[in-house]
Design a binder for this molecule. Sequence first.
Ligand code: ZN
Ligand code: ZN
Length: 269
Amino acid sequence: MSMPDGPESDGREINGQTFSRADLHIHSAAGDGAASVEAIVEHVQNCTDLALIAITDHDEVVGACEAREMAARRGYRFEVIVGTEVSTLDGHLIGLFMEKRVPWFMSLERTIEAIHAQGGICIVPHPMSPLAFSVGRRKIMRVTRSRQAGIYFDAVEAFNPTMAGRVAHVSVLEFNETVLHLPEVGGSDSHQLAQIGTAFTLFPGHTAADFRKALEERNTRAEGEFWSAEMHLNGLATQQWQTLTCYPRQWHRRMRDIIRQVGLTDDPK
Ligand SMILES: [Zn+2]
Ligand SMILES: [Zn+2]
């Protein structure tokens, strides 16, 4: 990956328009990622040519908000979109342009509604993958056919470089081209610094607002490079460690939330 030497260094000319790169699927140590928010922000500024990133921790926006503030305060050349990867009852769903977290384990439709109600956009990550908690073809169609106002996807993750993305990649491209016709985005699903930017979205312009406009105009491209086995093994080792050390606390909180949601207790917050 080339090192940046100025704000225009990430530009790529396509049909007379200058395109920038965005990695819209990054996990931080505020969730189950290995790298701290600060390490991610520094890495993106100094070692990548990304113009835009989204931090998308599972069911949280704390790390993403911190990253957005840090990048702005330090006057860095890239923007941070606050995102979250929500665990719905029907698979993972990414919300971008968020301000607060969305409750987990709601139906896909209720989650989409909650994301849109915040002014956010909904992206299906690693669609139809048997190797991750993914929204499958039937459920994607259920949303696509919904006549309820506000129930729709804004984009599909057409490039996810992990094994989960790789096994479904060809089917996803074909399904989108023939049936869905959704704008395509790419995101690395990175849990480590070295994985950031391994998949990306190309969009004309440079800012988060430019990216949003590009989505509306269906003028985005998803590109990247699938991970090597070694990259996967490094990632798995880190994640298993994180699961052992960080997750018991989060699981406890998650279970408490579920119990409250299904009304087994009226224990106040
Ligand atoms: Zn996921
Ligand atoms: Zn993810």
